[in-house]
Ligand binder design. Structure first.
Ligand code: HEM
Length: 543
């Protein structure tokens, strides 16, 4: 046990013999002086560390990059907050090249990489020398569980190898019919609104339109798709706004809401603020509790279903859902499958990573089509060929056979990638081109910057032009076009997402026409994904 009296006596003895006796100060003045000295040393230390070292002495500053902004200790945050997500990074890439240093909160240096060869090095050749930043992983782990998205090193390699079969073409082919169900529901909901007297608006041309906030419906529909993929009908869309709405959909709606309050920005700069007893923090804790409860029930139901089907032999000829495949996965090395708790974490990962990304992409896609009526008409015509005999449940092959649908999806993900930026931290000292990069350096990977580069895509790089993909063999390589990232951590669900995107879009475009709402100004806000802010609202007519 610490003897505090002894510690205090010893300190006093030292102050007496080394400070008071030589200087002749009385104890009160000495106390004041030592407090002053202590405080000024702390200020000098932090000034040196956060300002002098991070901006001038850290060797990383040899890389080219912009000067810091006017907010003290906040690096280039003024530019980052003022502009849309990725815009400063695009500008810096153009001004300074494919590898740029800028500074984040507390002047922490960040290296933005847009050069495709260096991206290949980071994402593939030296993949495991770069890990996700601990703050991002800690934040994501709270919502997504301890699954594939936040795993690192051998744990990641192991989980990825085990989970790959669940996302194979064969596995996805069998769930395509399930993906169509939420699409039918959402289309019918919107058609119902259009055919009702609600939300009617008069256009300048004398026509009558229905105003629909599309983001929420799309979010509920994509959550339902993942629900079906896990063998359950979440009824997120059906029960939205009713007392029967599930805790799962309420939690996700709240967690992914467009909350850009001052407190949220402060929490981003000072992470411990998330422990303050604010209403927002209380809501987040409640949402996480709900996710925990619901994911437990979901996984247990999947395990019970699999056991029952095995016992009765029913499963043999039936296509398996994603959860059933995951329940059956066996690690070749250990002969073990996932435990219920591991399955729960992976499910939480797929639920969150899978539904939000696809729903924001669909929101942006409808908005782009609303601005490009000719492309929208052409797409509708193409899609109608698929639904000629009124069978609205396309197969995997059918949905992938439509060239314009394919190009519209690719182009939407190029122009407005749902994940415009992601970050890594170098685990070991390395070199990026001619520049030495110390261990612990933050690396920003900005697909949006390469996606908008005129050098790669030509003068119309920032224009929605699906026809550019007709000559796709001449277009950007895997490290220039990367809505799903590239390398060993490329989105495991990308085939699932592309098919889901196409199925939902085809169903939603068949009988509905989308228009921009006059005067509606929408911003692209990055809250993990690039969300429309405010929620996307369009004018709609039936056709
Ligand atoms: C349009 C839809 C989607 C987009 C744009 C997208 C994009 C991405 C991106 C950029 C990453 C890499 C993040 C990083 O490492 O920093 C990623 C990872 C991941 N995505 Fe997706 N995603 C989509 C849909 C889905 C779906 C439908 C699922 C699952 C059902 C899914 C599951 C995952 C998982 C588990 C990871 C982590 C992979 C790993 O680290 O090995 N995503 N996604």
């Amino acid at each position: 046990m610490v003897n505090y009296q002894l510690v205090q006596d010893t300190i006093q003895k030292y102050i007496q013999s080394y400070v008071l006796n030589p200087t002749g100060l009385d104890p009160e003045a000495a106390k004041k002086l030592s407090i002053q000295l202590g405080v000024s040393s702390i200020i000098v230390y932090y000034f040196f560390r956060l300002f002098v070292y991070r901006l001038y002495l850290d060797p990383i500053n040899r890389l080219p990059g912009p000067k810091v902004g006017w907010i003290p200790f906040m690096g280039n945050l003024d530019e980052i907050i003022k502009d849309e997500s990725g815009t400063p990074h695009k500008r810096w890439a153009k001004l300074y090249g494919g590898v740029v240093v800028y500074h984040g909160p507390w002047n922490v240096p960040r290296v933005s990489v847009t050069d495709h060869l260096l991206l290949k090095q980071i994402l593939t050749t030296e993949e495991y020398d770069y890990i996700k930043t601990p703050e991002t992983s800690d934040f994501l782990r709270r919502v997504l569980g301890n699954g594939l998205l936040v795993a690192e090193g051998t744990a990641h390699r192991h989980q990825r190898k085990m989970l790959n079969p669940a996302f194979s073409v064969n596995a996805i082919r069998s769930i395509v019919p399930l993906m169509a169900k939420p699409g039918h529901r959402l289309r019918d909901t919107w058609l119902g609104l259009v055919n009702s007297d609600k939300n009617k608006m008069h256009g300048d041309n004398g026509e009558i339109y229905t105003e629909i906030e599309v983001s929420t419906g799309l979010s509920m529909a994509t959550l339902d798709v993942i629900g079906w993929a896990f063998g359950q009908d979440f009824k997120a869309l059906e029960n939205h706004g009713t007392p029967h709405q599930s805790k799962l959909s309420r939690a996700y709606l709240d967690l992914f809401s467009n909350d850009s309050s001052f407190m949220r920005i402060l929490t981003f700069i000072i992470p411990v603020f998330r422990f303050l007893p604010t209403q927002r923090n209380r809501d987040v804790r409640r949402d996480l509790k709900w996710l925990d409860e619901e994911s437990r029930a979901l996984v247990q139901a999947g395990i019970d279903r699999a056991a029952k089907e095995k016992a009765t032999g029913v499963s043999d000829n039936k296509p398996k859902d994603l959860l059933a495949v995951m329940v059956d996965l066996i690690d070749e090395e250990t002969g073990e499958g996932f435990t219920a708790e591991e399955l729960r974490h992976q499910c939480l990962t797929f639920l969150a990573a899978g539904h939000e990304t696809t729903s924001v992409s669909l929101s942006w896609c409808l908005w782009l089509l609303a601005q490009n009526q000719q492309i929208q008409d052409d797409l509708r015509e193409e899609v109608r060929t698929l639904f000629q005999d009124n069978d609205e449940t396309p197969t995997y092959e059918e949905i992938n056979s439509l060239p314009l649908l394919n190009n519209v999806v690719r182009e939407t993900l190029r122009l407005i990638p749902a994940v415009p930026m992601t970050s890594r931290i170098s685990r070991v000292a390395t070199a990026l081109g001619p520049y030495a990069v110390p261990a612990g350096t933050r690396i920003m990977i900005c697909p949006i910057a390469t996606h908008h580069s005129k050098d790669i895509w030509g003068e119309d790089a920032e224009v929605f032009n699906p026809s550019r993909w007709e000559k796709s063999e001449q277009l950007g390589n895997a490290y220039q076009y990367m809505p799903f990232l590239a390398g060993g951590r490329q989105c495991i669900g990308y085939k699932f997402a592309l098919v889901e995107f196409k199925v939902l879009l085809a169903l939603l475009i068949r009988n509905l026409q989308y228009f921009e709402k006059p005067g509606f100004v929408v911003k692209k806000k990055q809250q993990v994904t690039l969300r429309p802010s405010p929620d996307m609202t369009l004018w709609v007519k039936s056709v």
